[in-house]
Design a protein around this ligand. Structure first.
Ligand code: PHE
Length: 335
């Protein structure tokens, strides 16, 4: 029996020596201490020996089994650390790197920042107001009383007794309430209307402008608007002011530019008119000054409001406003 134990030990050492794959390790383990392994079988044979023989062979067999177990464990460790070293060595510096894709500002944000930059250059400060407004700021203080038909043009979303603002004009009121004239501000931001088609989304962006000072005249409004539109659409852009109506300005105007698609000859974008409506504007109605305690005898001002998506569509040649808000990366990546 001692002989055989010695044989097993030698065989085991030889196999362990030459082994260098994990699956070989498993095989060696099975062959020696697995269910039908040589050591296991000998342990079973012990039962048929005399007590005297058992006392001799037992401890030797146990010792062999322990030896095999710990030798296998050590080998397993060795294989594992060798494998991870190999993996590190397999790192190939010459492979091209994996590029992480960087995003960029949304096209509407890009245009908004450009427009803000132009007005900042003319001395307008940026102000903000809440998107959830009271009826007072969105309508009443802008000289749009309850039941006035002008409210129909701007049907909106109601949250209890609040509204999602339909335009950025309420910021005019907030600013005039908290600061005395003179002032020159713009207010960019989101606005909401119950509208949805190729040229309307329920949420869109506007920039409001307001200037109040001594002696502000309609010609000042014209100068600011024309300068602005030339910056955006180029020095050759043709601008026209059309009489219009807003309850909070008087006189009021709508401002058009000559169609950038057909340069005035008439096309689908401009509805064959040759002109594109760009913004609403006018001289601040004295009634509005009344709501904020500005003296209309001493101060005068102009205001304007423009849609950012509209301008971005013309700049980028986009014919469906809804594309901006579908979050299709293939579309957004192009700007
Ligand atoms: N608030 C108006 C609108 O959204 C635009 C406007 C602003 C008109 C300021 C005149 C003066 O239609």
């Amino acid at each position: 029996m001692t002989d055989t134990l010695q044989d097993i030990r030698t065989d085991f050492e030889t196999r362990l020596e030459t082994l260098d794959r994990e699956e070989d390790l498993r095989q060696v383990k099975a062959d020696f201490i697995g269910k039908k392994g040589r050591v296991t079988l000998m342990m079973k044979e012990l039962k048929s020996l005399t007590p005297e023989e058992k006392r001799q062979a037992g401890p030797a067999l146990n010792q062999l089994k322990n030896h095999i177990e710990s030798a296998l464990q050590e080998k397993a460790h060795e294989l594992k650390s060798r494998a991870s070293k190999n993996r590190a060595g397999a790192f190939d510096l010459t492979l091209p790197g994996r590029k992480s894709t960087t995003g960029h500002l949304h096209p509407v944000t890009q245009v908004m920042e450009e427009l803000i930059g132009i007005f900042s250059g003319m001395g307008f400060n940026v102000e903000e107001g809440p998107q959830i407004e009271s009826d007072y700021y969105n309508f009443e203080a802008l000289n749009i009383p309850k039941d006035h038909p002008a409210r129909d043009m701007q049907d909106t979303f109601y949250i209890g007794d609040k509204v999602l603002r339909t335009h950025t004009s309420p910021v005019q009121i907030h600013v005039m309430e908290r600061q005395p004239p003179p002032l020159r501000i713009i207010a960019p931001g989101k606005v909401y209307r119950c509208d949805s088609d190729v040229s309307h989304t329920p949420m869109f962006h506007q920039i409001e402008g307001l200037m109040v000072d001594h002696n502000v005249k309609f010609s000042d409004l014209k100068g600011v608007i024309e300068t602005f539109l030339k910056e955006v659409f180029g020095a050759n852009v043709k601008v026209r002011f059309r009489p219009s109506f807003f309850p909070f300005t008087c006189p009021s105007a709508e401002v058009d530019i000559q169609c950038v698609m057909c340069t005035g000859s008439g096309c689908r974008t401009c509805g064959q008119t040759g002109w594109l409506e760009i913004l609403g504007a006018g001289m601040v109605d004295p009634a509005v000054f009344g709501f904020v305690d500005y003296d209309p005898e001493e101060w005068s001002g102009f205001a304007f409001g423009l849609g950012i998506e509209r301008i971005a569509m013309l700049k980028f040649g986009i014919n469906d406003i809804r594309l901006y808000f579908e979050n299709d990366i293939r579309f957004l990546h192009q700007f």
